[in-house]
Design a protein around this ligand. Structure first.
Ligand code: EPZ
Length: 417
């Protein structure tokens, strides 16, 4: 398995062009199941999860016509398989996003129940409750979930929790349902807004995305999509913190400031300077940073996908910081690895108390999930000496050309095949 070697201590300076957002691209690719026409997507990041989604779509009769320079052309399914099998789904739980489009398009969809993962049980009850409300019959058989319904009927659905995946699945189901669907207490993440834009390019009638309530008028059929995927705000946040943790100054290009507002506000609270113009963001700090408290929340609150990265920065920030993770039940897997590098962190349930130390020490560390891996890279960039991060396949799921981008801003980093 690949490893990444880093020698810490170099200040990072320069500009990083962020790739397309993984978490916007995944639902958008699954939405190609809603039509038999050709869809064209640009700014699609070349990541393992994206390649894997293309593989799953092939088994569902959606063919990749071409994929180069981040431009992907998919030929929609005519009447292919309606089943996403266990051996595929278990490797990527976002495959559950095939269920809404399949049952909307064919009146039938069968998807293996996604297992849990390192950060939590990841149930899909909100997805299934919503599909039932639209008239689908839900059966659980041999670890698969089957949704069937002659024709989905629009209705009003109030979410118990603004789940990102459930919002996306229900949006993709409702666009071909009969009549009007009102989705309330939905997720407001920028990735939801991007999915709505892509669906609208197919002829879907959607309004309200990015707010608590989304209104959808069902249509009989959809044409192919033509959409450019938004920039990856979590990738951007990771690189901006890389600049701060090494005492440098990094600029990211390719996303709007409000998509990362909650993160930028916390960095400013720590004493960092934030400059923004058009799609460029620059973060730096003249004075030593101050410790802060933060908790993760659904958008527009602080994103859980940035929790580990900000914790890495707090490890060498003077004072004591409290980190509260409210979205996932087990998202402190990076803590034991940071402790092995000399961090002073104590956790109790979903609360971690981080006491700043003068120096982290390079070590052999293990990646456990995508964002925990990014956090270890950030700590290694700051640490004294050499660090080897094992199991970097986690990283390859969400960070395109990671070493290349870090090398470009001055990091001493390379991949050991
Ligand atoms: C999406 O996961 C992202 N993944 C996650 O990013 C991100 O952390 C998460 O949203 C929150 O922003 C993709 O977009 C592919 P949720 P998702 O449904 O849709 C519980 C990364 O690192 N829940 O908003 O699974 C769930 O267990 C990944 O890029 C239910 O209980 O997130 C969790 O505790 C990690 N029942 C909370 O809600 C359900 O039916 C939030 O989950 C659905 C969710």
């Amino acid at each position: 398995m690949d490893k990444i070697w880093i020698k810490g201590g170099k200040k990072l300076n320069g500009t990083v062009k962020v790739s397309g957002s993984k978490n916007a691209a995944l639902p958008i690719l699954f939405s190609s199941l809603l039509t038999d026409k050709k869809s064209t997507f640009s700014n699609v990041p070349d990541l393992q999860d994206i390649r894997f989604t293309m593989k799953i779509l092939e088994t569902l009769d959606v063919h990749t016509e071409s994929y180069e320079n981040n431009k992907l052309i998919l030929k929609g399914a005519t009447n292919g398989s309606k089943e996403a099998t266990y051996d595929l789904v278990r490797k990527m739980r976002a495959s559950v996003l095939a269920l809404g489009p399949l049952v909307a398009r064919y009146g039938y969809g069968k998807v293996s129940l996604p297992g849990g993962c390192a950060i939590g049980a990841r149930p899909i009850n909100f997805h299934l409750m919503g599909l039932q409300k639209l008239g689908a019959e839900i059966d659980l058989q041999d670890g698969y979930v089957i949704a069937s319904c002659k024709k989905l009927k629009g209705t009003r659905i109030v979410f118990d929790f603004p789940s990102v995946g459930a919002t996306e699945n229900l949006m993709m189901a409702a666009v071909l349902a009969q009549g009007e669907t009102v989705l309330e207490n939905v997720a407001r993440e920028p990735e939801i807004v991007d999915l709505a834009k892509s669906l609208r390019s197919m002829g879907a009638k959607i309004e309200g995305e990015g707010h608590e309530t989304i209104l959808i008028q069902g249509v009989n059929s959809l044409c192919g999509a033509s959409h450019s995927v938004m920039g990856d705000r979590i990738e951007a946040g990771t690189y901006l913190i890389a600049g701060l943790i090494t005492g440098g100054k990094v600029t990211t290009e390719g996303l709007e400031r409000e998509q990362l507002d909650a993160v930028l506000e916390k960095l400013k609270e720590m004493g960092a300077q934030v400059e923004s113009s058009e799609d460029r963001l620059t973060v730096s700090a003249k004075l030593p940073l101050r410790s802060i408290d933060f908790q993760t929340q659904p958008f527009p609150g602080f994103p859980t996908d940035m929790q580990a990265q900000l914790m890495a920065l707090l490890c060498t920030t003077e004072g004591s910081s409290t980190v509260t993770e409210t979205i996932f039940e087990n998202r402190f897997m990076h803590v034991p690895e940071l402790q092995r590098m000399g961090a002073d962190i104590s956790t109790r349930g979903n609360i971690a108390v981080v006491k700043g130390v003068d120096m982290l020490k390079g070590a052999q560390v293990m990646a456990t999930d995508l964002r925990a891996s990014a956090c270890l890279i950030l700590a290694a960039l700051r640490a004294e000496g050499e660090t080897t991060v094992h199991r970097v396949y986690h990283l390859d799921r969400g960070y395109e050309k990671l070493e290349e981008k870090f090398k470009k801003i001055g990091a001493d980093i390379y991949r050991i095949e």
